[in-house]
Ligand binder design. Structure first.
Ligand SMILES: [Zn+2]
Length: 304
C-alpha cells in the first residue's frame, strides 16, 4: 500500500459539457432508475444492506472528495515529520489488520480491496474521517483527546470501520440519493451545483467544512464494534477504547461534537456496549503483534 500523493486529474472543458449533459439526462430518469441502481449485499455481522454505490464508485467518489478536502486545506496539510510518521504507522497497522482472518471472521465480511491513504491536517478541529474507498484524514485538534497512539487507533479504527461497512453508500440509498451519488462518483462532483455537492459530501462525512451529518445510531454502534475488533487485531489494547470515550465525554461540553463523537448512541451506552464487546476483541489482541501505547509526537511540530 502506498501513502504517496494521488495524481491530480482535471477534466477537460469538453468532458465537463458532456458531464452536464449526462447530469440532465440522468436527473430526468430519476423516477425510473430509483430502484435499479441500488444493490443488496451482506453487511457486517451478517445483516443485509442496500447500498447506492458499488466499490469502484465509492472509490471514485472518495478520491474526488479527498482531493477537494486537501485543496481546501492545502495550507495546513503536514507532509513529513515524527507526527506524520506516527499517524501513518497507525493507519498502516489498522489497514493491514482489515485483511486479518480473525478480524474478517469477527465482523463477518469478506476481504476487501481498498486504496488506503492518509493525510494529517494541522487544525484545531477535533476531527478525523475515512472516506468511502479508504482515504483517511486526521486533524491535529483530536490529538489532545486521543493522547496516545492507542487513543488515535480508537478514532481511526472507528472511521475505517465506516468505510469497510460501506455506511456512506448505504446512507445514500436510505435517503434516496442513489442517482446523485452515482453521478458524483462518475466524476461530476466538481461540476454539481453547490447544494448537491454539499449534500454528497455530507453523506460521506467529508469533514466539518461541508457540514457534519451524524450517522444513524445503528451505523455508529456498528462502527464502534468493528473498530474495536480492528484495533485489537492491529495490536492496540481494546480496553483503552473506553478510556478514550470517557475523555471525549469530558471534553464535549457545549461544543458541537465531531461525527465520531456523535451522541447517538449516548456516551454511556457507547461505553457499556464497548465493555460488552471486549471479550470478542481480547482474543484478537492476544494473538496480535502487540503495539506499546505511547504518547504521540507533539502537534506543534510543523514537519515542513
Ligand atoms: Zn462514526
Amino acid at each position: 500500500m502506498s501513502f504517496g500523493y494521488p495524481d491530480q486529474r482535471r477534466p477537460t472543458i469538453g468532458s465537463r459539457l458532456l458531464t452536464r449533459l449526462v447530469i440532465v439526462v440522468v436527473l430526468a430518469a430519476i423516477p425510473l432508475g430509483s430502484l435499479l441502481l441500488k444493490g443488496c449485499q451482506k453487511g457486517p455481522f451478517g445483516r443485509n444492506q442496500v447500498v447506492a454505490l458499488n466499490p469502484e464508485q465509492e472509490e471514485q467518489l472518495g478520491l474526488q472528495a479527498f482531493e477537494e478536502v486537501l485543496q481546501q486545506e492545502r495550507q495546513k496539510v503536514l507532509t513529513r515529520g515524527p507526527l506524520v510518521d506516527a499517524i501513518r504507522d497507525i493507519a498502516q497497522r489498522l489497514t493491514t489488520a482489515a485483511r486479518h482472518e480473525g478480524f474478517l471472521t469477527g465482523v463477518q465480511l469478506p476481504e476487501q480491496e481498498m486504496q488506503w491513504d492518509v493525510r494529517v491536517i494541522d487544525s484545531k478541529e477535533q476531527n478525523a474521517f475515512c472516506l468511502p474507498g479508504g482515504k483517511i484524514v486526521v486533524y491535529t485538534g483530536i490529538l489532545p483527546i486521543a493522547e496516545s497512539n492507542t487513543g488515535l487507533a480508537v478514532v481511526m479504527g472507528h472511521e475505517i470501520a465506516h468505510a469497510l461497512a460501506h455506511h456512506g453508500a448505504e446512507r445514500m440509498a436510505q435517503q434516496q440519493m442513489a442517482q446523485i451519488g452515482v453521478m458524483a462518483a462518475g466524476g461530476a462532483l466538481g461540476d454539481m451545483d453547490p447544494g448537491a455537492r454539499q449534500q454528497v459530501l455530507q453523506m460521506i462525512n467529508a469533514g466539518a467544512k461541508f457540514g457534519i451529518l451524524k450517522y444513524s445510531r445503528n451505523h455508529e454502534s456498528e462502527a464502534d464494534r468493528m473498530g474495536l475488533l480492528l484495533m485489537a487485531a492491529a495490536g492496540y489494547d481494546p480496553r483503552e477504547s473506553m478510556k478514550f470515550w470517557e475523555r471525549m465525554q469530558a471534553n464535549s461540553g457545549g461544543k458541537s461534537p465531531p461525527e465520531f463523537a456523535s451522541t447517538h448512541p449516548s456516551h454511556e451506552t457507547r461505553i457499556q456496549d464497548l465493555k460488552s464487546w471486549i471479550p470478542d476483541a481480547m482474543p484478537l489482541y492476544e494473538a496480535s503483534q502487540k503495539v506499546q501505547t505511547k504518547p504521540l509526537p507533539s502537534a506543534d511540530f510543523r514537519g515542513i
